[in-house]
Write a protein that binds this ligand. Structure first.
Ligand code: ASP
Length: 292
């Protein structure tokens, strides 16, 4: 039974297959290959894009989806994560798509071997489907030529599961990664680190901007977000006419992460990432439910 906890659960061959399948799904009417399959979405944290994207992907492939509304579930009566999961699995779904604030929650449920588990975001550790859709978006933008491209991840890197999964996946496929953040947002690792975007902007092909993960901060990491924006907001003064692809996993804090103007710019592919997310998640469902 193959699960998706992080992108390293996939072989290089599987990653290539995912990129190819996502492209096919994008340009051809998707076949109903998951007819009679049932997926359950189990989100213990808020979500706009990832949950709807998974549910749309399931439906486009003909699968049924049931969503458990955690806010109105027996989790409020003290039922444990494992018991909630085991009870859902007793209804014999073909997979459970889970988001949780604990880094190891998806792995813990996968270890129970009751159904296939797909990680839709866990703590600050992993968001594998986001990393894969971002890779797909870069592949499209650079016509498949991503080797030796340089990505600057900008913002609250230390709290971001998007950054964690991206760093692992991008380096694996030959993309170099540099980190740009104020000290309180910077993790400890061996990647090149910069406090100012200006010090690296002429060398990068992609900027991945990240939101400050306020819901994950126990104490205030940054005092003044207007001041943060002055240094880190991706705006036209900062990027000028450079050919840089701008990405963001959403939700974008307008004029703090990225300016209104740049959100309209053709170099900014934030909504294309959302569109690609559906195709990539279709490819992931196909791989996990049919091909492995
Ligand atoms: N949507 C992404 C996540 O779930 C990024 C964010 O929330 O800032 O991690």
């Amino acid at each position: 039974m193959q699960h998706l906890i992080d992108t390293n659960d996939f072989s290089d061959k599987q990653i290539t297959q995912l990129l190819n399948d996502a492209k096919t799904f994008k340009y051809q009417r998707p076949p109903q290959i998951l007819k009679d399959r049932l997926l359950i979405t189990l989100f213990f944290e808020d979500s706009t894009r990832t949950r709807s994207s998974f549910e749309v992907a399931c439906k486009r492939l003909g699968a049924d989806v049931v969503h458990l509304d955690i806010a109105k579930s027996s989790a409020n009566k003290g039922e444990s994560l494992e018991d909630t999961f085991a009870n859902l699995c007793a209804m014999e779904p073909d997979g459970v798509i889970i988001r949780h604030k604990e880094n190891n929650a998806p792995q813990q449920l996968a270890n129970m071997q009751l159904t296939q588990v797909i990680n839709a975001g866990a703590g600050n550790y992993a968001h594998p489907t986001q990393a894969l859709l971002d890779l797909f978006t870069m592949m499209e933008y650079f016509d498949g030529d991503i080797k030796d491209k340089k990505v600057a991840i900008v913002g609250d890197i230390i709290s971001s599961r998007v950054a964690s999964s991206a760093i692992r996946l991008f380096q694996r496929v030959g993309i170099s990664v540099v980190l740009v953040a104020p000290k309180s947002f910077m993790p400890q690792n061996s990647l090149p680190q910069y406090e100012n975007i200006e010090d690296i902007i002429d060398e990068v092909d992609v900027i991945m901007s990240l939101r400050a993960q306020l819901e994950r901060h126990n104490t205030s990491h940054y005092e003044d977000y207007e001041d943060y924006a002055k240094h880190y907001c991706i705006d036209s003064n900062r990027i000028g006419d450079r050919d840089i692809l701008i990405l963001h996993p959403g939700p974008v804090m307008r004029n703090i992460d990225i300016s209104d103007e740049i959100l309209q710019d053709k170099r900014c592919k934030v909504l294309e990432q959302v569109k690609n997310g559906v195709y990539m998640r279709m490819a992931i469902l196909k791989l996990l439910l049919l091909d492995s």
